[in-house]
Design a protein. Structure first.
Length: 172
């Protein structure tokens, strides 16, 4: 019924349609995921608190050996975050990440993630300061014992190495 050329034409058209469909799917996949990435990237730095005003105070206990994921899931479960993945990204981008230690903290739903991390870091530092002061008391000097005084560095003599040189003012 159809000749060899007709089958080749049909195969070519189907090949073009299949390639076009695959190309459209790839572009759609890239476009939708780029929008998601942009949205997350934007929200990492601009996410609003859960509630405005005073909010509601929530007590959370951060366990020892926690990760950003653990913190995100805990905060979402307690109503301090809308999205645990977003909070995890905010935690890893936070300047307070190294200062947050396990413990119990009282936070508010009116705080942004950065404000919560800052409050947790400040509470951890405030808790650590009295302990450090108790551990290292200053030892009083015993009688006849002087504090070590650093020796002053000797300055080179200003006339050294200037033999035969003139400042130019004495020539005139």
């Amino acid at each position: 019924m159809f000749g060899k050329n007709a089958w080749n034409l049909i195969a070519t058209v189907l090949d073009i349609v299949a390639r076009g469909t695959i190309l459209v799917l790839i572009v759609y996949f890239i476009y939708t995921n780029a929008l998601k990435c942009y949205d997350y990237g934007y929200r990492v730095f601009t996410e609003d608190p859960i509630s405005s005003g005073n909010g509601r105070e929530v007590t959370v206990t951060v366990p020892a050996g926690f990760s950003g994921r653990d913190l995100g899931e805990l905060f979402e479960e307690r109503g301090l975050s809308r999205d645990w993945i977003l909070l995890m990204l905010q935690y890893y981008a936070s300047e307070y990440r190294e200062d947050i230690v396990p413990g119990t903290y009282t936070l508010s739903t009116a705080m942004t993630a950065e404000e919560m991390f800052e409050a947790m870091a400040e509470a951890a530092k405030a808790e650590a300061l009295p302990a450090e002061e108790e551990e290292e008391p200053e030892k009083p000097l015993e009688s006849g014992e002087d504090e070590a005084v650093p020796e002053l560095l000797e300055t080179p003599d200003d006339t050294e190495g200037t033999e035969g040189q003139t400042d130019g003012a004495s020539d005139q």
